[in-house]
Design a protein around this ligand. Structure first.
Ligand code: RB5
Length: 149
């Protein structure tokens, strides 16, 4: 499953959009690993940003999608894991450039800020765009070299 699997997670604010995106991804032929949340009850977004990060590390998928109300909290949570480069996108240009320039491996979306069609378009562009490499590779490499104090 890992070769063609997308790991997806959300909090309660992102739950409804997550379900829409899961159906969309399956329609497009992707396998989907859903790490929750599995209902609309209130939960904490760090748990699900971290669950997506851990699933990627465990090889359950190549790329991830995280959704919360704004996309901010869950992207911060995912980005606290060194192997994650999560990009919060509200438009398809950001979704394209986060792949081309940043080799983002997780797309973060804000369910309270964008509509379902924009979200689906962001997903399609994110999954359909390759990393540009070249000068961008050097910069992405440096993302792994930041100090931790
Ligand atoms: C939940 O109310 C909300 O705070 C969360 O979904 C997210 O927007 C946080 O960044």
């Amino acid at each position: 499953m890992a070769d063609n699997a997308i790991v997806i997670g959300s909090d309660h604010a992102g739950y409804s959009l997550k379900q829409v995106l899961i159906a969309h991804l399956k329609d497009k032929g992707w396998d989907v690993v859903d790490v929750g949340t599995h209902g609309p009850d209130s939960v904490d977004y760090p748990d699900f940003g971290s669950a997506v990060a851990r699933a990627l590390k465990d090889g359950k998928g190549d790329r991830g999608i995280v959704v919360c109300g704004t996309g901010i909290g869950i992207s911060i949570a995912a980005n606290r894991h060194a192997w994650v480069r999560a990009a919060l996108c509200h438009d398809i240009t950001s979704a394209r450039l986060c792949r081309e320039h940043n080799d983002a491996n997780v797309l973060a979306l804000g369910a309270r800020l964008i509509g379902e069609e924009v979200a689906k378009d962001c997903v399609d562009v994110f999954l359909g765009t390759e990393f540009g490499g070249g000068r961008h590779q050097r910069r992405v490499d440096k993302l792994g070299l930041t100090e931790s104090t």
